[in-house]
Design a protein around this ligand. Structure first.
Ligand code: RIB
Length: 283
Protein backbone atom coordinates (compact mmCIF):
# COMPACT_ATOMS: atom_id res chain seq x y z
CA UNK A 1 0.00 0.00 0.00
CA UNK A 2 1.47 3.38 -1.00
CA UNK A 3 -1.19 5.66 0.47
CA UNK A 4 -1.68 6.48 4.15
CA UNK A 5 -3.68 3.60 5.74
CA UNK A 6 -6.99 4.50 7.34
CA UNK A 7 -7.57 2.92 10.76
CA UNK A 8 -10.66 2.86 12.98
CA UNK A 9 -10.14 2.12 16.66
CA UNK A 10 -13.21 1.03 18.62
CA UNK A 11 -12.24 1.18 22.27
CA UNK A 12 -11.78 2.82 25.61
CA UNK A 13 -10.81 6.29 26.79
CA UNK A 14 -9.48 6.69 30.35
CA UNK A 15 -7.86 9.36 32.41
CA UNK A 16 -4.82 7.71 34.02
CA UNK A 17 -4.03 8.72 37.61
CA UNK A 18 -0.45 7.56 38.00
CA UNK A 19 1.62 7.12 41.18
CA UNK A 20 5.35 6.59 40.57
CA UNK A 21 6.47 4.72 43.65
CA UNK A 22 9.63 3.09 45.04
CA UNK A 23 7.91 -0.31 44.63
CA UNK A 24 4.54 -1.84 43.80
CA UNK A 25 2.41 -2.60 46.87
CA UNK A 26 1.77 -6.20 47.92
CA UNK A 27 -1.88 -7.04 48.82
CA UNK A 28 -2.72 -5.13 52.01
CA UNK A 29 0.47 -3.05 51.90
CA UNK A 30 0.63 0.78 51.77
CA UNK A 31 3.52 2.30 49.85
CA UNK A 32 4.01 6.02 50.51
CA UNK A 33 6.33 8.68 49.06
CA UNK A 34 4.98 8.39 45.48
CA UNK A 35 4.98 11.11 42.80
CA UNK A 36 1.52 11.81 41.30
CA UNK A 37 0.73 12.40 37.59
CA UNK A 38 -2.37 12.57 35.37
CA UNK A 39 -2.11 11.37 31.77
CA UNK A 40 -4.55 10.63 28.93
CA UNK A 41 -4.90 6.87 28.60
CA UNK A 42 -7.22 3.95 27.90
CA UNK A 43 -6.19 1.12 25.60
CA UNK A 44 -8.40 2.28 22.74
CA UNK A 45 -7.28 5.89 22.92
CA UNK A 46 -3.62 4.87 23.30
CA UNK A 47 -3.80 2.60 20.24
CA UNK A 48 -5.54 5.31 18.24
CA UNK A 49 -2.90 7.93 19.01
CA UNK A 50 -0.08 5.42 18.51
CA UNK A 51 -1.37 4.52 15.03
CA UNK A 52 -1.79 8.20 14.13
CA UNK A 53 1.75 9.09 15.30
CA UNK A 54 3.05 6.13 13.26
CA UNK A 55 1.54 7.52 10.08
CA UNK A 56 -2.05 6.27 9.82
CA UNK A 57 -5.19 8.33 9.41
CA UNK A 58 -7.17 7.38 12.53
CA UNK A 59 -10.77 7.67 13.72
CA UNK A 60 -11.58 6.80 17.33
CA UNK A 61 -15.01 5.38 18.23
CA UNK A 62 -15.47 5.70 21.99
CA UNK A 63 -17.63 6.99 24.86
CA UNK A 64 -16.71 9.57 27.49
CA UNK A 65 -18.55 11.48 30.21
CA UNK A 66 -19.82 15.07 30.17
CA UNK A 67 -17.02 16.06 32.55
CA UNK A 68 -13.66 17.79 32.77
CA UNK A 69 -11.88 14.42 32.75
CA UNK A 70 -13.05 13.89 29.16
CA UNK A 71 -11.33 17.09 27.99
CA UNK A 72 -8.15 16.04 29.76
CA UNK A 73 -8.35 12.47 28.42
CA UNK A 74 -8.93 13.57 24.81
CA UNK A 75 -6.40 16.43 24.72
CA UNK A 76 -3.45 14.61 23.12
CA UNK A 77 -5.69 12.77 20.64
CA UNK A 78 -7.09 16.13 19.53
CA UNK A 79 -3.60 17.68 19.29
CA UNK A 80 -2.38 14.63 17.40
CA UNK A 81 -5.05 14.89 14.71
CA UNK A 82 -7.09 11.77 15.57
CA UNK A 83 -10.67 12.11 14.24
CA UNK A 84 -12.85 12.38 17.36
CA UNK A 85 -16.14 12.87 15.49
CA UNK A 86 -17.31 9.41 16.64
CA UNK A 87 -16.65 9.98 20.34
CA UNK A 88 -20.02 10.02 22.13
CA UNK A 89 -20.65 12.01 25.32
CA UNK A 90 -22.71 9.99 27.84
CA UNK A 91 -24.23 10.60 31.29
CA UNK A 92 -21.66 8.28 32.91
CA UNK A 93 -18.25 9.53 34.15
CA UNK A 94 -15.21 9.29 31.87
CA UNK A 95 -13.25 6.08 32.49
CA UNK A 96 -10.47 6.29 35.06
CA UNK A 97 -7.41 4.09 35.54
CA UNK A 98 -5.46 4.03 38.80
CA UNK A 99 -1.87 3.07 37.98
CA UNK A 100 1.12 2.38 40.22
CA UNK A 101 4.50 2.38 38.45
CA UNK A 102 7.70 0.95 39.95
CA UNK A 103 11.21 2.31 39.16
CA UNK A 104 11.85 -0.52 36.65
CA UNK A 105 8.69 0.42 34.74
CA UNK A 106 6.53 -2.44 35.93
CA UNK A 107 2.96 -1.43 36.80
CA UNK A 108 -0.34 -2.38 38.40
CA UNK A 109 -3.58 -1.02 36.91
CA UNK A 110 -7.15 -0.88 38.19
CA UNK A 111 -9.78 0.54 35.81
CA UNK A 112 -13.18 2.07 36.62
CA UNK A 113 -14.73 1.89 33.11
CA UNK A 114 -17.55 4.43 33.58
CA UNK A 115 -18.64 5.68 30.14
CA UNK A 116 -16.68 2.95 28.33
CA UNK A 117 -19.52 0.59 29.30
CA UNK A 118 -21.89 2.67 27.10
CA UNK A 119 -20.12 1.76 23.84
CA UNK A 120 -22.86 -0.31 22.19
CA UNK A 121 -22.85 -1.77 18.67
CA UNK A 122 -25.37 0.89 17.65
CA UNK A 123 -23.05 3.65 18.83
CA UNK A 124 -20.02 2.03 17.17
CA UNK A 125 -21.55 1.48 13.69
CA UNK A 126 -19.61 -0.31 10.93
CA UNK A 127 -16.14 1.03 10.05
CA UNK A 128 -15.11 1.38 6.38
CA UNK A 129 -11.38 1.89 6.96
CA UNK A 130 -8.42 -0.25 5.82
CA UNK A 131 -8.01 -1.59 9.37
CA UNK A 132 -10.06 -1.93 12.54
CA UNK A 133 -8.38 -2.25 15.95
CA UNK A 134 -10.30 -3.30 19.07
CA UNK A 135 -9.38 -4.22 22.66
CA UNK A 136 -11.48 -5.50 25.56
CA UNK A 137 -12.03 -2.48 27.82
CA UNK A 138 -15.47 -1.93 26.23
CA UNK A 139 -18.41 -4.39 26.09
CA UNK A 140 -17.28 -7.60 24.38
CA UNK A 141 -20.66 -7.97 22.62
CA UNK A 142 -19.94 -4.68 20.86
CA UNK A 143 -16.57 -5.98 19.65
CA UNK A 144 -18.20 -9.17 18.30
CA UNK A 145 -20.91 -7.19 16.48
CA UNK A 146 -18.53 -4.64 14.95
CA UNK A 147 -16.00 -7.29 13.90
CA UNK A 148 -18.74 -9.42 12.36
CA UNK A 149 -20.01 -6.55 10.22
CA UNK A 150 -16.58 -5.26 9.16
CA UNK A 151 -14.83 -6.34 5.95
CA UNK A 152 -11.22 -5.08 6.24
CA UNK A 153 -8.11 -6.03 8.26
CA UNK A 154 -9.27 -6.75 11.82
CA UNK A 155 -6.87 -6.68 14.77
CA UNK A 156 -8.02 -7.52 18.29
CA UNK A 157 -5.80 -6.97 21.31
CA UNK A 158 -7.19 -9.41 23.88
CA UNK A 159 -6.49 -7.08 26.80
CA UNK A 160 -7.55 -7.17 29.52
CA UNK A 161 -8.16 -10.93 29.23
CA UNK A 162 -11.92 -11.61 29.21
CA UNK A 163 -14.22 -14.18 27.71
CA UNK A 164 -14.98 -13.26 24.07
CA UNK A 165 -17.27 -14.86 21.55
CA UNK A 166 -15.37 -17.38 19.42
CA UNK A 167 -16.47 -15.44 16.32
CA UNK A 168 -14.08 -12.64 17.33
CA UNK A 169 -11.11 -15.03 17.24
CA UNK A 170 -12.33 -16.67 14.02
CA UNK A 171 -12.72 -13.27 12.34
CA UNK A 172 -9.38 -11.80 13.47
CA UNK A 173 -6.62 -11.24 10.93
CA UNK A 174 -4.35 -10.40 13.87
CA UNK A 175 -4.64 -11.22 17.59
CA UNK A 176 -2.23 -9.53 20.02
CA UNK A 177 -1.64 -10.95 23.51
CA UNK A 178 1.04 -10.71 26.16
CA UNK A 179 2.35 -13.83 27.92
CA UNK A 180 -0.20 -13.61 30.73
CA UNK A 181 -3.10 -13.21 28.32
CA UNK A 182 -1.75 -16.02 26.14
CA UNK A 183 -1.82 -18.40 29.13
CA UNK A 184 -5.29 -17.17 30.15
CA UNK A 185 -6.78 -17.97 26.72
CA UNK A 186 -4.74 -21.16 26.25
CA UNK A 187 -6.18 -23.55 23.65
CA UNK A 188 -9.02 -21.13 22.83
CA UNK A 189 -6.55 -19.12 20.69
CA UNK A 190 -6.50 -22.03 18.21
CA UNK A 191 -9.83 -20.71 16.89
CA UNK A 192 -7.83 -17.89 15.26
CA UNK A 193 -6.42 -18.80 11.83
CA UNK A 194 -4.97 -15.33 11.33
CA UNK A 195 -1.72 -14.12 12.90
CA UNK A 196 -1.19 -14.35 16.65
CA UNK A 197 1.40 -11.95 18.07
CA UNK A 198 2.68 -12.66 21.59
CA UNK A 199 4.73 -10.10 23.49
CA UNK A 200 7.03 -11.02 26.38
CA UNK A 201 8.14 -7.66 27.83
CA UNK A 202 11.88 -7.29 27.07
CA UNK A 203 11.94 -10.92 25.84
CA UNK A 204 11.39 -11.99 22.22
CA UNK A 205 7.99 -11.41 20.62
CA UNK A 206 6.61 -13.98 18.18
CA UNK A 207 4.17 -14.10 15.31
CA UNK A 208 2.41 -17.41 14.77
CA UNK A 209 -0.11 -18.78 12.33
CA UNK A 210 -1.92 -22.06 13.03
CA UNK A 211 0.63 -23.02 15.70
CA UNK A 212 3.74 -22.36 13.59
CA UNK A 213 6.09 -19.50 14.48
CA UNK A 214 6.60 -17.42 11.33
CA UNK A 215 8.62 -14.56 12.85
CA UNK A 216 10.49 -13.81 16.06
CA UNK A 217 11.99 -10.48 17.17
CA UNK A 218 13.91 -9.32 20.22
CA UNK A 219 13.00 -5.79 21.35
CA UNK A 220 16.01 -3.45 21.50
CA UNK A 221 17.54 -3.16 25.00
CA UNK A 222 16.37 0.07 26.67
CA UNK A 223 16.27 1.64 30.13
CA UNK A 224 12.56 1.19 30.83
CA UNK A 225 10.90 3.56 33.29
CA UNK A 226 7.19 2.94 32.53
CA UNK A 227 5.68 0.00 30.65
CA UNK A 228 2.20 1.60 30.54
CA UNK A 229 1.03 1.72 26.93
CA UNK A 230 3.84 -0.45 25.55
CA UNK A 231 1.37 -3.16 24.50
CA UNK A 232 -0.86 -0.52 22.92
CA UNK A 233 2.11 0.83 20.96
CA UNK A 234 3.03 -2.68 19.82
CA UNK A 235 -0.54 -3.41 18.68
CA UNK A 236 -0.84 -0.18 16.70
CA UNK A 237 2.64 -0.44 15.15
CA UNK A 238 2.18 -4.05 14.06
CA UNK A 239 -1.21 -3.30 12.51
CA UNK A 240 0.02 -0.20 10.67
CA UNK A 241 3.09 -2.00 9.30
CA UNK A 242 1.12 -5.07 8.16
CA UNK A 243 -1.57 -2.93 6.50
CA UNK A 244 1.18 -0.96 4.76
CA UNK A 245 2.27 -4.28 3.24
CA UNK A 246 5.41 -5.02 5.27
CA UNK A 247 6.58 -8.62 5.58
CA UNK A 248 5.73 -10.31 8.90
CA UNK A 249 9.29 -10.20 10.27
CA UNK A 250 9.78 -6.54 9.33
CA UNK A 251 6.46 -5.58 10.89
CA UNK A 252 7.32 -7.46 14.10
CA UNK A 253 10.74 -5.76 14.36
CA UNK A 254 9.05 -2.37 13.85
CA UNK A 255 6.44 -3.08 16.54
CA UNK A 256 9.09 -4.25 19.03
CA UNK A 257 11.19 -1.12 18.43
CA UNK A 258 8.16 1.15 18.87
CA UNK A 259 7.04 -0.58 22.09
CA UNK A 260 10.56 -0.54 23.58
CA UNK A 261 10.88 3.19 22.92
CA UNK A 262 7.51 3.83 24.59
CA UNK A 263 8.79 2.26 27.84
CA UNK A 264 11.60 4.83 28.12
CA UNK A 265 9.16 7.69 28.79
CA UNK A 266 6.59 8.30 31.49
CA UNK A 267 2.82 7.93 30.92
CA UNK A 268 0.81 6.15 28.26
CA UNK A 269 0.05 8.74 25.58
CA UNK A 270 2.95 11.17 26.21
CA UNK A 271 5.32 8.24 25.62
CA UNK A 272 3.93 7.05 22.28
CA UNK A 273 6.63 7.26 19.59
CA UNK A 274 6.42 9.21 16.35
CA UNK A 275 7.29 7.52 13.05
CA UNK A 276 10.43 9.61 12.57
CA UNK A 277 11.86 8.31 15.86
CA UNK A 278 11.95 4.74 14.53
CA UNK A 279 13.96 3.00 11.83
CA UNK A 280 11.69 2.32 8.83
CA UNK A 281 10.36 -1.28 8.74
CA UNK A 282 12.93 -3.52 7.06
CA UNK A 283 16.00 -1.43 8.05
O1 RIB B 1 -2.68 -0.25 28.26
C1 RIB B 1 -2.48 0.82 29.15
C2 RIB B 1 -3.80 1.41 29.55
O2 RIB B 1 -4.52 0.47 30.30
C3 RIB B 1 -3.69 2.62 30.44
O3 RIB B 1 -3.56 3.82 29.72
C4 RIB B 1 -4.94 2.53 31.29
O4 RIB B 1 -5.88 3.51 31.00
C5 RIB B 1 -5.50 1.13 31.06
O5 RIB B 1 -6.61 1.19 30.30
Amino acid sequence: MTTVPSVTVVGSVNLDIVARASKLPAPGETVTGAELHRFPGGKGANQALAAQRLGADVRLVACVGADAAADEALALLRDGGVDLGSVTVTDKPTGTALIAVAPDGDNQIVVAPGANRCLSAGVAGVPDSDALICQLEVPVDTIAAVAGAYAGFFCVNLAPARQVDVSVLQRADLVVVNETESSWYGAALAACHGLIATTRGPGPATLERDGAVIAKAAPPAVDAIDATGAGDTFTAALTVALVEGCAAGEALDFACAAAALATTRLGAQPALPKREELPPPGE
